[in-house]
Design a protein around this ligand. Structure first.
Ligand SMILES: Nc1ncnc2c1ncn2[C@@H]1O[C@H](COP(=O)(O)OP(=O)(O)O)[C@@H](O)[C@H]1O
Ligand SMILES: [Mg+2]
Length: 258
């Protein structure tokens, strides 16, 4: 990225002194003055204890919600001033979501689930199906297009969800605890896919409780009580390798080679 470029065009997301207060009997300051810039094409992990504001932050970055105070600029647009309809439109073209619980439509097969977000973008039926098929192939599920969600494993469902998140070619992919429901091996596959999409230029933002998941990113934003406690920059050598382990590095446990 060219140095000295305009901060707005260089950023996928720019938060400026963002506050989000929930007015209950006692006000809850879910975010309490967060300033954060997420460069285009970067890979950011967000960590913090339960209740520290991670999901609130993701909802703002994903244009699902507006801040109580402060500025949230996503892909060059100020979200705070947008109405519900405009936010929905911005979200549909800019952001892809991956949730811990996958959130697939139970009565739609894998292909239909992946194709669905394009429906709201005015893409024709054949093109929708074609694109959905391409993405399912990319996540290794080209042979599962007509399976229903309950006919897929947890890891396969998460890969369908990832394909769906990417189908509109979003600038930003947001994942909130994406591997929380996956076993170690399928988690590694999903994280490899995240790395591949990051390599392809997608801005990745991943919320996680797991240090080894966060270490796949370029930096870790640590949240505490609605504030950024610190930002940890990771050296490429610190980051988990995207390649499968070499035979010589195997842990020697029987059956660990797949
Ligand atoms: N819709 C809401 N109404 C009231 N309080 C909320 C709401 N959403 C989140 N909170 C509160 O805001 C704080 C941050 O929540 P959240 O962003 O979900 O944290 P995290 O994802 O890090 O666990 C918590 O204290 C939570 O109880
Ligand atoms: Mg959360």
């Amino acid at each position: 990225m060219a140095s000295g470029s305009d901060a707005t065009t260089g950023s996928a997301v720019a938060l400026e002194d963002v506050r989000k207060t929930y007015r209950l009997a006692e006000p809850v300051h879910a975010l309490d003055g967060v300033t954060l810039e997420i460069p285009r094409g970067s890979y950011t992990a967000i960590m913090g204890p339960s209740g520290s504001g991670k999901s609130t932050l993701m909802n703002l970055v994903g244009c699902l919600d507006t801040p109580t105070e402060g500025s949230v600029v996503v892909d060059g647009r100020e979200v705070a001033g947008l109405g519900e309809r405009e936010r929905t439109r911005l979200r549909g073209t800019t952001v892809g979501f991956v949730f811990q619980t996958f959130n697939l439509m139970p009565r739609l097969n894998a292909l239909e689930n992946v194709a669905l977000p394009q429906l709201f973008q005015g893409v024709g039926r054949n093109e929708r199906r074609e694109r959905a098929r391409t993405l399912l192939e990319r996540v290794g599920l080209g042979d599962r297009t007509d399976h229903m969600p309950n006919e897929l494993s947890g890891g396969q469902r998460q890969r369908v969800a990832l394909a769906r998140a990417l189908v509109n070619d979003p600038a930003i992919v947001l994942a909130d605890e994406p591997s929380g429901n996956l076993d170690t091996e399928t988690e590694a596959d999903v994280l490899d896919l995240f790395a591949a999409f990051h390599e392809g230029g997608t801005t990745m933002v991943v919320v996680t409780h797991e240090r080894h998941v966060a270490e796949r990113a370029e930096r870790i934003v640590h949240l505490l009580d609605g504030r950024i406690e610190r930002i940890e920059e990771l050296e490429p050598t610190d980051r988990g390798a995207g390649d499968p382990p070499e035979p010589g590095r195997s842990d020697g446990r029987p059956g660990s080679n797949r």
